[in-house]
Design a protein around this ligand. Structure first.
Ligand SMILES: Cc1ncc(COP(=O)(O)O)c(C=O)c1O
Length: 386
């Protein structure tokens, strides 16, 4: 029998998948389950994107594209940095990828040597450490808590950098906490890394979904910062598998060579369709959806407080609330099971995201309609106060 590579064992499964499977079985048996587990917008692609995809298909735009993406899309993305964030970037620095996942994989492949360490916050989006492992590196999880908004700090970079460290990965706003690193702190992190000759990968997949002001892109922190973004969240195109990188000018041809070899190109139809994301009407629609997410967050936070689900740091972006559930159970894994069983609400225990204090926390996603979230609160309340 063929044997698996050792690295496969270093990649942890998502515990929540067991929960989601149970939820699916309960649904098949007729139970109504409210999903607060999923990191996927409940909105789908806007009609203009669907129409653009149909037109692209009819026009036969279904062949391989340039490895770094079609020029029109790279220009549109660069234009978005100009209009949204006031940042001028050369479209030649944009590499279109198969989602942020493709971008992170490409960046790790390009930047990591065997055994290189990458610093990242604990808790964090679990795939980040898996991309590092899959490309021969090793993720160094830095314990964080409410004091650091669950994010890396410049001080942590100073403290934990060793001669094996190659760089840092930051997601801001982050998953699972929905909290951002302040722009000043991010600048200080980047500077610490720069001083040590390392790389900074900043994942801005949730930057469009910022609720306290517009958010600022790390492209403004220097051409050496590697930016990851995606059409999955703000643009609601999860299954279209489209994202992008902004890379330092001197690395573009290396990223291009790797993209040519590893994926040939991101999906052509998705690229043509995504051009429809950047009209003023489309951007208005995304903004109105962003406000809908904000409204859900603003509904949930006081309700969580009322129910003793303590939220130590107000999430300022994404669609997640990372709540301390210790007033109700000292094991969030157990609580997640019981919440599903008794209240019919599916949410993710902290252990999916790291190692620090994970039994204390759960991630609740509000990528669900306000009505369903209201129903979830009623059910949780009825069960907790039984
Ligand atoms: C922080 C973060 N980065 C990257 C991704 C990957 O997204 P995609 O590959 O759909 O663009 C996700 C998905 O949930 C995420 O939460």
């Amino acid at each position: 029998m063929p044997r698996l590579a050792a690295r496969v064992n270093q990649i942890a499964p998502f515990y929540v998948m067991e929960l989601v499977k149970r939820a699916a079985a309960m649904e098949a048996a007729g139970r109504d389950i409210i999903h607060m587990s999923i990191g996927e917008p409940d909105f789908t692609a806007i009609p203009a994107v669907v129409q653009a995809a149909e037109a692209a298909m009819q026009a036969g735009n279904t062949r391989y594209t340039a490895a770094v993406g079609i020029p029109a899309l790279r220009e549109a993305i660069a234009g978005f940095y100009q209009t949204r964030y006031g940042q001028t970037i050369d479209p030649a620095r944009i590499v279109v990828t198969a989602g942020a996942s493709g971008a992170l994989h490409l960046a790790c492949t390009a930047l990591l040597n065997q055994g290189d360490e990458v610093l990242m916050a604990d808790p964090a989006y679990p795939c980040n450490r898996h991309f590092v492992t899959a490309t021969g590196g090793s993720a160094r999880l830095i314990p964080t808590g409410p004091g650091e908004r669950f994010q890396l700090t410049a001080e942590a970079v100073r403290q934990h950098w060793t001669n094996r460290t190659a760089g840092v990965m930051v997601a801001t706003p982050g998953n699972p906490t929905g909290t951002s690193v302040s722009y000043d702190e991010l600048g200080a992190i980047v500077q610490e890394v720069r001083n040590r000759g390392g790389f900074s990968i900043v994942d801005e997949i949730y930057l469009g979904l910022s609720y306290e002001g517009q958010g600022k892109s790390a492209v403004g922190l220097g051409e050496d910062v590697i930016i990851v973004n995606s059409f999955s969240k703000y643009f609601h195109m999860t299954g279209w598998r489209l994202g992008w990188l902004v890379v330092p000018p001197h690395l573009v041809s290396a990223f291009e060579k790797l993209a040519q070899n590893l994926i040939i190109c991101a999906p052509a139809l998705s690229q043509y369709a995504a051009l429809a994301c950047f009209t003023p009407q489309a951007l208005d629609e995304f903004e109105s959806r962003r406000r809908a997410f904000q409204q859900r967050r603003d509904y949930l936070l006081p309700e969580f407080h009322r129910l003793g689900l303590h939220v130590p740091v107000k999430p300022d972006g994404a669609f997640y609330i990372y709540a301390d559930v210790s007033a109700h159970d000292d094991d969030s894994g157990e609580l997640a099971n019981r919440l599903l069983e008794h209240a019919g609400v599916c949410a993710v225990p902290g252990m999916d995201f790291g190692t620090v204090d994970v039994k204390r926390y759960m991630r609740f996603s509000y990528a669900n309609s306000l009505e369903r979230l209201q129903e979830a609160i009623h059910r949780i309340e009825a069960w907790l106060m039984r």
